[in-house]
Ligand binder design. Structure first.
Ligand SMILES: [Fe+2]
Length: 389
């Protein structure tokens, strides 16, 4: 038995108007201060009010949201008793909304959440997500990433119940993203789709959204980065991120995410930048030891009209195209380029290895590395050296 879960998705111009058609009494909106400042929360509230829905807003979400922030949001929800919990923003706000819903309904702490437990969350509230960035795809996934500040670690949580009921993709919400965030989050989406498409947990249902997302990113990310006012490119990137989310949420991310998480956990490199940095190195590693990966990368390359010749040539052409795209949208191609000092990086090697070896995403790839190979990969990635082992 296998599953493929996706939210009911409303997309395109004026999608926010869907909000004035929903049934409910109270909506709890979880977001961050920047979104309220930009007036995006007001746009949501205006539509909800037309549906006679009372709104309460929590805009205290920070980047890499903490357990404490979730507890705070859940406390407000407990008093307000919403029948809709709405995550509005980037991955941080959406993940906080998902977690707050669990804590509010189940009456547990964020870290007590179990993927195998059924909490009957819909007995009290439905979950909606409205992204304002095009990268995490959190609106299309059940996944939650929180930060345990005391334990200095990122915690991956979630269950089938934390898949949003509704996702609204209104291009208006992503038009104000600055270039750096457009680049960082866009590369994250590319990483989700490439890793999801090639993961050992991929299914016939993840293939379609994965391929579609990768092609959309190659066609539109640079355009959206160069000209934030390019509505078509913004729209396509929003769809790409969502489809990439469907792909990896129902498949699995891979080595780019496990190594990127380790780097981000120690050096606070933004998520997309960190996972995108490692993606080409991990692709080379897979190509060097997995015929299956070579075939899958070649499929992607041909679908996107990248490269020519046999599978190996196409797969390597895809790696080259990933590096070129990343560079063109302001991404570092080596750890050195991020500004992290070699000495600090090498000193952190045991921690980097410990974190990445223990990530589940390290074991859902077609060539699972031992610690020695991971260490070599981390070292090569510092200097920007192509992986030759
Ligand atoms: Fe990601």
């Amino acid at each position: 038995m296998q599953f493929f879960g996706v939210p009911f998705t409303v997309f395109g111009d004026e999608s926010l108007q869907y909000l004035n058609t929903i049934l409910g009494k109270r909506a709890f909106i979880v977001t961050d201060k920047n979104i309220t400042k930009l007036g995006l929360a007001d746009l949501v509230i205006t539509e909800l009010k037309k549906a006679n829905i009372e709104c309460k807003i929590f805009d205290g979400v920070e980047p890499d949201p903490s357990i404490e922030t979730v507890v705070k949001a859940a406390g407000i929800a407990k008093d307000f008793k919403p029948d809709w919990v709405i995550g509005l923003g980037g991955g941080s706000s959406m993940d906080t909304a998902k977690s707050a819903l669990v804590c509010y309904v189940a009456g547990i702490g964020p870290l007590d959440m179990s993927p195998s437990e059924f909490y009957n969350l819909r007995s009290k509230a439905k979950l909606m997500c409205i992204p304002t960035t095009s990268g995490t795809g959190s609106e299309a996934t059940w996944a939650i990433v929180l930060t345990d500040v005391a334990g200095q670690r990122k915690v991956s949580l979630g269950s089938y119940e934390t898949m949003p009921d509704v996702a609204i993709l209104d291009p208006l919400m992503v038009m104000s993203m600055p270039p750096q965030i457009t680049g960082d989050t866009g590369i994250d989406a590319l990483c989700h789709a490439i890793e999801g498409y090639t993961a050992t947990w991929r299914t016939k249902f993840t293939d379609g959204p994965g391929l579609a997302a990768i092609r959309l990113v190659f066609q539109n990310l640079k355009k959206a980065y160069d000209n934030g006012k390019d509505e078509d490119a913004r729209k396509e990137m929003m769809y790409a991120a969502h489809q990439a989310g469907s792909c990896f949420s129902n498949g699995m991310p891979g080595l780019g995410h496990s190594t990127g998480h380790a780097l981000g956990g120690i050096f606070h490199t933004p998520h997309g930048r960190a996972v995108g940095l490692f993606l080409p190195y991990t692709m080379e590693y897979l190509i060097n030891g997995s015929e299956e990966a070579v075939g899958l990368f070649a499929e992607i390359a041909r679908f996107c009209k990248i490269g020519a010749g046999d599978d190996k040539k196409c797969a390597l052409a895809l790696v080259d195209a990933v590096r070129k795209l990343a560079k063109s949208v302001g991404q570092p191609l080596s750890v050195k380029e991020t500004g992290i000092k070699r000495e600090d990086y090498m000193k952190s090697m045991p921690d980097l290895l410990d974190r990445s070896v223990n990530e589940m995403m390290t074991s859902t790839v077609t060539r699972v590395p031992e610690s020695e190979d991971l260490e070599k990969m981390f070292t090569y990635a510092y200097d920007g050296k192509s992986v030759d082992f």
